[in-house]
Design a protein around this ligand. Structure first.
Ligand code: XMP
Length: 326
């Protein structure tokens, strides 16, 4: 019968046998899977593990701190942050097509990771223990799905931090390969990871870059980050985190509408709330959130976020809508 302590002990022994004295690299996203995978590997081999976190500037408010401060404090992992914000903004300048954005973000991510990797490989080689392994947070459903090739991968080119190129010369360490998401969360809690990380709802690898319909700019990211953190805070305060699968907050940057605030006319952008209920993200329904929670979110966003004068609710199931707007 399933017990997170036993699974951890088993995986620790297995990782130690596989890795020996070699060094191990992990790309951390701040999501549940890579965070738990890295924490188990750290428990097994300690500072032979180095984690790389790429800040692409498309993160939500507080995410970088969750990784750099909370995650590091609870695990003690050695973390290298790559600040690639400028690089991503430059690469995304002028781009509005969703698939092009996704491809650019995937490509720039690999570039930033490989830069960090080269430095770390050189450092490790100088120390005489080369980096031979790469941690991947692959779960059992990923293993099954990649065989079938069905689902959203055909509709959108997914980028996630696990999706590194095959020509990286590493052997894989995949401690979560036999597990489901809820089991991974249980293990994360057993390992003492913070709830902001183990309880986190899905968030796409391309981040806020695919939640701005239109060109991604610094100013728009800042605006969306504010709206997103208000929506998240109110959903959490209302105790709704477990009712919803996730709630993308989307900025329609190329749309404006007329509004009135005080005595003045406004001409601002709409924010879309996309709360969904789902079992596996393959299909989803829009979540019937209480009206008073929606009203609170709407009031706060229009009052507190400059440039937004309207909040709208997406009431489309998947299919025909996808969960993300791009
Ligand atoms: P869609 O929009 O295809 O989203 O209905 C299904 C689920 O996948 C997430 N998503 C992504 N996750 N990289 C990821 O790691 C991506 O490129 C990506 N695109 C969408 C989305 O948030 C939802 O949970």
């Amino acid at each position: 019968d399933w017990n997170s302590g036993n699974v951890i002990a088993e995986q620790v022994a297995k990782i130690q046998a596989q890795v020996g004295n070699s060094r191990v690299l992990c790309a951390l996203s701040g999501g549940v899977d890579s965070s738990v995978a890295a924490a188990i590997v750290h428990k097994a081999v300690g500072d032979q593990l180095v984690c790389v976190f790429v800040d692409h500037g498309l993160l939500r408010a507080g995410e970088r701190e969750q990784v750099e401060i909370d995650y590091v404090a609870s695990t003690g992992v050695r973390l290298v942050t790559v600040d690639a914000r400028e690089q991503f903004m430059t690469a995304l300048a002028g781009v509005t097509d969703p698939e092009t954005k996704r491809k650019i973000i995937g490509r720039e991510f690999i570039r930033s990771f490989e830069q960090a990797e080269r430095d770390l490989v050189a450092e490790a080689a100088a120390d005489g223990e080369p980096i031979r392994f790469l941690v991947q947070g692959t779960l059992y459903p990923d293993v099954v799905e990649s065989g079938g090739g069905s689902g959203t991968a055909n509709i959108k080119s997914h980028h996630n931090v696990g999706g590194l190129p095959e020509d990286l010369q590493f052997e894989l360490v995949e401690p979560l390969r036999t597990l489901f998401k809820d089991e991974v969360r249980a293990i994360g809690r057993e390992l003492g990871l913070p709830e902001v990380i183990v309880g986190r709802q899905p968030f796409p690898g391309p981040g806020l870059g695919i939640r701005i319909v239109g060109e991604v700019t610094e100013e728009r990211l800042e605006l969306l980050r504010k709206a997103d953190s208000i929506a998240r805070a109110e959903l959490t305060a209302a105790g709704l985190d477990n009712e919803i699968w996730q709630c993308p907050v989307v900025l329609l940057a190329d749309v404006r509408s007329v509004g009135v605030q005080g005595d003045g006319r406004t001409y601002g952008h709409p924010i879309v709330l996309r709360p969904v209920s789902s079992e596996d993200a393959m299909t989803a329904d829009w979540t019937r959130l209480p009206y008073d929670v929606l009203a609170k979110i709407s009031n706060r966003i229009t009052n507190e976020v400059d440039g937004v004068n309207r909040v709208v609710l997406d009431v489309t199931s998947k299919p025909p809508g996808t969960i993300e707007w791009e």
